[in-house]
Ligand binder design. Sequence first.
Ligand SMILES: NC(=O)c1ccc[n+]([C@@H]2O[C@H](COP(=O)([O-])OP(=O)(O)OC[C@H]3O[C@@H](n4cnc5c(N)ncnc54)[C@H](O)[C@@H]3O)[C@@H](O)[C@H]2O)c1
Length: 303
Amino acid sequence: MTDSVRLEDRVVIVTGAGGGLGRAHALLFAQHGAKVLVNDLGGSTHGEGASASAADRVVAQIRDAGGTAVANHDSVTDGQRIVEQALDEFGRVDVLVNNAGILRDKTFHKMEDADWGQVYQVHVEGAYKLTRAAWPHLREQNFGRVIFTSSTSGIYGNFGQANYGMAKLGLYGLTRTLALEGRKHGILVNAIAPTGGTRMTEGLIPPQVFEQLKPELISPLVVYLGSAQCEDTGQLFEVGGGWIGKTRWERSLGVGFDPQAGFSVEDVAANWAQIGDFEGALHPRDSLEALGQMMANLQKVRQ
Ligand SMILES: NC(=O)c1ccc[n+]([C@@H]2O[C@H](COP(=O)([O-])OP(=O)(O)OC[C@H]3O[C@@H](n4cnc5c(N)ncnc54)[C@H](O)[C@@H]3O)[C@@H](O)[C@H]2O)c1
């Protein structure tokens, strides 16, 4: 039997928490005792407009249930202001859930700079600004939990989402390096790739399935990743519909050519099947481990 996961005295910032997944995360963090800063700009899925009501409603719901929360209506691209408000209101910040997001779906052929740029701004720049502003505080207190919201669109690709997929896999890249830099300071950094029935996915998922993909089925993982109990870092989880799995890179054993004698285009062609053969594949955990086979290939020549 596991101890109950409590977050009393922890201050959690959830961005984009006025609706959808972020709202469910904020409510569950509050239920587990955390003080929650509920951020939401309150614009459309396409990133247009703004309204204070979304975040305010979630704060009212948390307070009605006896929890502690304040609203923030800044854009995540002004992440510094969000962190400042958490410090002003609660005196500290412990957990960041980078969740705010928009979509500007178009095939690459039709994509305009604004579609590319706005998606980058909200997902990547916004997550950077918030996390960068909180980082010194997390380091100083030797405790932090950072959760980035990635997507299967980034991991696997999705038609019409070149901008979004780029941003979402970029966040996993950020996760991997911040996990390395944060570890010795007690800061653990993980990413989730959720699937949930929200306004973002309405119309894209068949209605019966949409109903079942409740945002609340994602939040227990997020609260766990935000808790002191969680000891994992640099990991990526796919989650939705009550299911959670872990995703990792896989690489084939590959083919080692003679690095001194060199090799030809024809050698590449002749070995193509083996280069892509995943039999006995490896799962490098870091860059050093990833270089292992390359270094072994160089070693073969020296011997
Ligand atoms: N729903 C899914 O199946 C799914 C799949 C993969 C990834 N995601 C990601 O999960 C996150 C939450 O998405 P959702 O499905 O709940 O969508 P949603 O549209 O319901 O929620 C996103 C929230 O972010 C807010 N927001 C947008 N731009 C903002 C900004 N600049 N500053 C502050 N707040 C801003 C919106 O107002 C909205 O409330 C997003 O990052 C999304 O890309 C969702």
